[in-house]
Every structure is written in structure tokens, then in C-alpha cells.
Design a binder for this molecule. Structure first.
Ligand code: ADP
Length: 300
């Protein structure tokens, strides 16, 4: 039996891609797509040629996070063309193929795998420094397929995104063991939403009565600070949202002997940038998340 023609076609198609990175998470909603979108922006800003492939078939959020909602894919004689945010940042997602963004994609494994294969075989990326693949959460059919397909051409490794609490980390352990079993190197684990972090002046301050009613006293409080301690106005407030008393992702990484890449705080401005399809790096307002993401990218 000769080599699988699909794998040969994928290897040929991706021969012009230098590095392939898979972004994984154990659970949904931990910030995997946000991370994939923002590292793609960051790499493109560093003048690399970047492709972002969204294979989260049931919940493709990448088009929105890159400001590309409602865009269509075009076909040329070279294959499917990605949608370009900038000349060096191309995006491909099933989100571009759905006639109505509210439509549910109810597909079984084989059909999903077929589409992933087609994405890898038929998308014409041209020369790329990085292909970032945003995978669905968990370790399902699609993961086995993407790994098998990418291994045909060499895969640099996976980045796993998690939140700090045990319920999330339990699933990350499965993700780590999946990577070890299928032979995908783990580039590292990112702990996202490690506490809420924002300038003090962005908070609303409330006074709660005995009956549980809230009165907004923000203006009075800020005025008080301005007169009594103006040097405190530029403080950044930080609070843990998710319990990290178990040591968070850093401890899990030590135990499982995988690299820990760093923490990204919960930053309302990062959420806003994602909603509006913007890079957090060109936006001064993402002052607490952008430096954290940048230092993670530097470690890769
Ligand atoms: P996943 O891909 O893991 O399902 P998403 O990337 O879609 O998760 O993120 C879920 C939501 O959380 C999105 O609305 C996103 O904007 C928001 N989010 C992710 N990371 C952060 C963060 N560090 N600070 C604030 N909001 C975040």
C-alpha cells in the first residue's frame, strides 16, 4: 500500500509553511481563540507572514475576533484564498462559509474531518512563516485528524491555553497527555484570565445597604482620591477571580514537566478589542494584557 494521497497532498500544500503551531485548550471559553487571534496579530506586526486557520467548526469565533465577519472566501486556480486582514495576515475559517452566522453546524466526526482535510489541502497560503491553527476545545476526532494531517508535513508544537482553577487544569492534564501520546511537542501552557486587572479609575465603586441595594459612589470616591491622594489614581487594581490556591498552571507544568509560558490577566479592554476585531497590541488601552501576551510570544 502506497502513501496516503491526501497526506501527500497536504505535505505538498504546506511545504511553503515554515512553522505550524496548534493552539489547544481543555475547555471552551478559556481564551484559546483570543490567544490565537492575538499571537497572529503580534507575529504579523513583527513582519512575519502569518496564516490563521480556525478549525473550531462548531464555534468559529476567529472571523469576529479579526474583524472579518461577513467576508467570503474566494477560489482561484491555486485553491481557496484566505481572507486577509493585512497583506501578511491571512485567515481561514468555516465561519466564512456559513450563510447565516446564527446557523448551528451539526456535523458528525467524519464530515468535520473531511473539512479539516480540505482546509489543509486546498487553501492557498503561499509562503508563510507561521501557520497558527485554532483547534476546538478538548481531545476529540478533529484533534486526532489535525495532528495526523499536520504530522505529514511536520508540526512545531502545541500551545495549551487554560484558566487557573482546578476544574480547568484537570482537562489540561488530559490535553498534555494527548499531545504526549500522539507525539506533538508541547511549546508550553498559557494561564489566561489569571485575575482581573485594570486601572483603579476604570472600576465602579458601590455602597451596599443592609437591604442589598447598591448606590454608585464612584464620582465621590474618585474626587476623594484626587484631593487626598492624587498619586494613587494611577494604581492598577488586581483581584483573583478563579481560585488559584492549587498553584495554577505553573504548578501543573512543573508536575507534568512541560514549559509554563506565563499568565495573562483578565483585561476588560482585551475582551473589548476581541469584540471589535482589533489587535490588543496597537491599542494603548490594553495596557495590562498586551505586555503579558508580548512576553509569552518572546518565550516561544
Ligand atoms: P475559547 O476560544 O477558549 O472558547 P475565547 O477566546 O472565545 O475562548 O474567549 C471567551 C471570551 O473571553 C471572549 O469573549 C474573549 O473576548 C474573553 N477573553 C478571553 N481572554 C480574556 C482576557 N484575558 N481578558 C478578558 N477577556 C478575555
Amino acid at each position: 500500500k502506497g502513501p496516503d494521497p491526501d497526506l501527500v497532498a497536504i505535505a505538498e500544500r504546506l511545504a511553503t509553511v515554515k512553522h505550524k503551531i496548534l493552539v489547544l485548550s481543555g475547555k471552551g471559553g478559556v481564551g484559546k481563540s483570543t490567544f490565537s487571534a492575538q499571537i497572529s496579530y503580534a507575529l504579523a506586526a513583527m513582519d512575519f507572514q502569518v496564516g490563521l486557520l480556525d478549525i473550531d467548526i462548531c464555534g468559529p469565533s476567529i472571523p469576529k475576533m479579526l474583524g472579518l465577519e461577513g467576508q467570503d472566501i474566494h477560489q482561484s486556480n491555486l485553491g481557496w484564498s484566505p481572507v486577509y486582514v493585512e497583506s501578511n495576515l491571512g485567515v481561514m475559517s468555516i465561519g466564512f462559509m456559513l450563510p447565516d452566522p446564527d446557523d448551528a453546524v451539526i456535523w458528525r466526526g467524519p464530515r468535520k474531518n473531511g473539512l479539516i482535510k480540505q482546509f489543509l489541502k486546498d487553501v492557498y497560503w503561499g509562503e508563510l512563516d507561521f501557520l497558527v491553527v485554532d483547534a476546538p476545545p478538548g481531545t476529540s476526532d478533529e484533534h486526532i485528524s489535525i495532528v495526523q494531517f499536520l504530522q505529514a508535513t511536520g508540526i512545531d508544537g502545541a500551545i495549551i491555553v487554560t484558566t487557573p482553577q482546578q476544574v480547568s487544569l484537570i482537562d489540561v492534564r488530559k490535553e498534555v497527555s494527548f499531545c504526549k501520546k500522539v507525539g506533538v511537542p508541547i511549546l508550553g501552557v498559557v494561564e489566561n484570565m489569571s485575575g482581573l486587572c485594570q486601572p483603579l479609575t476604570d472600576f465602579r465603586f458601590m455602597k451596599m445597604s443592609e437591604t442589598g441595594e447598591h448606590t454608585d459612589v464612584t464620582e465621590a470616591f474618585i474626587e476623594f482620591l484626587k484631593t487626598k491622594a492624587p498619586e494613587r489614581l494611577d494604581l492598577i487594581a488586581f483581584t483573583e477571580i478563579f481560585d488559584s490556591s492549587g498553584g495554577g498552571a505553573a504548578k501543573m507544568c512543573r508536575e507534568m514537566n512541560v514549559p509554563f509560558l506565563g499568565k495573562v490577566p483578565m483585561d476588560p479592554q482585551l475582551c473589548k478589542a476581541s469584540e471589535e476585531g482589533r489587535s490588543c497590541f496597537t491599542d494603548q488601552k490594553c495596557g495590562v494584557s498586551a505586555p503579558a501576551l508580548r512576553s509569552i510570544i518572546e518565550k516561544l
